[in-house]
Structure formats: structure tokens, C-alpha cells
Design a binder for this molecule. Sequence first.
Ligand SMILES: Cc1ncc(COP(=O)(O)O)c(C=O)c1O
Length: 369
Amino acid sequence: MIIPLMDLKAQHAAIEAEIKEAINSVISRGHFISGEEVALFEEEYASFCDARYAVGVSSGTDALYLALKAMGIGSGDEVITVPFTFVGTAAAITLTGARPVFVDILPDTFNMNPGLLEEAISSRTAAIIPIHLYGQPADMDPINSIAKRHGLEVLEDAAQAHGAEYKGIRVGGISRAACFSFYPSKNLGAMGDAGAVVTNDKDLYETLKSLRNHGRNSWNEHGLEGVNGRMDEIQAAVLRVKLRRLEHWNQQRRENAEIYNRLLKDVPGIITPHCIEGAKHVYHLYVVRANTRDTLKDRLAEEGVSTGIYYTLPVHRQKAYQYLNMEEGSFPISEGAARQVMSLPLWPGMKVDFVEHVAERLKAAAETL
Ligand SMILES: Cc1ncc(COP(=O)(O)O)c(C=O)c1O
């Protein structure tokens, strides 16, 4: 049995006609930038996140960059985040001119360890970016309260956590702003690149709308120095169709994750995902941890089961970030996670037979090691 890591074609099959119709209606209107689809998507996505405002932008990285810029963060500032994330988080910080400062993650959730924040805060610290990795919210209460005590901004990197909740609050309404990626494989994915910033703060919202559109106040008036960071109409039209299914798709992901949890819980050498109290995990990825990860990955591949590794190298060990001079051993939990994590196949609507087959093959492989 051949099982991919994710199957976008299967996920799209049921909505293909609707998507084509939505794209065709944009083509017939002939209006491709800053039109009604983006405005409607922003309203609908803000409402999905239980927040007041959403600003559609060109990618998740631009969402983070523009949100930091709108908060006034730039050269001379430090922004604290974790090294166990996609490089885009760190790149967004350096794009503003600020410097990324890392704290390690918690070994069980792979999210920011709030206990390490105080010692990382300096007189230059301006903001904290927790990541809701794999679809599970970071432990936001301690992060928000430390930030408040030190007068720091909190910006959530929710690129992998559309619809996730923390203590009953949807991601997007937990801190000053949250950034989302709509990269095609995300829980809510465009058919190209797109992203959004969600916030309850009207001033931040107005600034973001201007920054993403060359800093415009009107067509020929530029009050700010901005960028071309707009979401386009075709992506917004696709996202509107898919947003109507997101709740259901997240539920399907959660149900499949439950099956994996049940079938893998007593398998020797395999650690299944840990959910913190009060968190609603939306399983962008279903990630197990094993010391024998590389062997297990090879065995599964031999049997036609694809797996993924997010991430093989933490950001501080990437060549691009050598200039930060962070040696191996600087963030041992992140480095250990990079050696042990493995994502199992998961997508909305993935057949239970497939989930059972993957779990059974993984169990069989683990039992021989
Ligand atoms: C945690 C995280 N942050 C930021 C990004 C950047 O988003 P994008 O690829 O849309 O620029 C991603 C997406 O890949 C991500 O997973």
C-alpha cells in the first residue's frame, strides 16, 4: 500500500467544481488585486478566529514581517523566539532589522519553554514570538504575563494552527496579533502563496493594511514605507471556498490523530504527541518521537509509507544563521527534537484503513528494534 504524507488532490476532489467556479468568477470580473474576494475573506477569516480584524497578505513570512513592522520593531531591537521552527519565523525578524534571540522548547510539546524567557530578556527585547507548532498552541498564559511585566509585544506564529484553541480562545485572539500561512499544505491552504495577520487592535489593523500596499493612504499618497505584500483575489476566492470546510477538516484531522494515539500508545520506543491542558490541537502534523527515527523512517519508506521531518536542523544550526555564532549544544532540546521527530501521514478525510495500516507498520518496525 502506497501512502503519501499528505494528499491534497484527494482533499480537493470534493470541492474542485466549486473552486473552479470561484476562480472563474474572479476572471470574469477582471479584478485581480485589492478587490471584493480579499475583503470578504478577511471578514470571514477574522470571524472564524473570533477576532475583529484580519489582513490578507502574500505569505506567512510576510505576515510576520509586516506585523513586527507595524508594531514598530526594527533595527536595534531583539525579538525572542524558538529555534525549532520554520526559518521563515527568524527571517521575518531579521527582515525588520531586529535580531532573533532564541529560547529552547519544551521536550513534550515542542513549543516555547516560558520558564526560559526571563533570562533571555534584555534592555533591547521588543517582542516575543511563540510558535504554535504542528497545530498545538504554545502555553500562552505565562508567555503573555511575562511579556506584560516587561512591556513586550507578543506576536503568535500561528502558521500551522488555523482553528486551534487555548483555554477556549481561538488562536488569533490570544495576544496582540497572530500570523497565519496559507501555504497549500496548511490546514487552510491557498493554491499558491498567501498569509494573514489577525488582530483585535484597530490601529495595528490600519497600519497593516497600509504597509502591505506600499504604505499607501490613497492611490498616490504613501504615508509609510511599505512593501507589495498583498493577497491576490484568486487566492482569496480559493480560501473562501476552503474556509467553509476548515472546521470539518480540522475535526477529521483530530479524529485520525486519536486513532494514531490509541494504536501507538504502548509501542516501545515511540512517544505520541502530548497535549497541554486546555489546548485544542488541530494536528497540522501528527508527530511522533523516537530515538530510532531514521531507521523507522527507512523501514516505513520501504513499505510505501511516506513520512516527514519538520525540522531536521533547528534554525540556529542552519548555515544562513551561522553569523549568530550559536554552537551545537546551545539549545539541546531543539537539537534533540530535530534528531527524533517524525511526521506520519495525515490529511483530512484520510481513510481509517490507511491510518491503521501506518500505525501497524510502524508498530511492527519498532518492535524489531
Ligand atoms: C511555523 C511557520 N512559520 C512561518 C511560516 C512561513 O509561512 P510561508 O511559507 O507562508 O511564508 C511557516 C510556513 O511554512 C511555518 O510553518
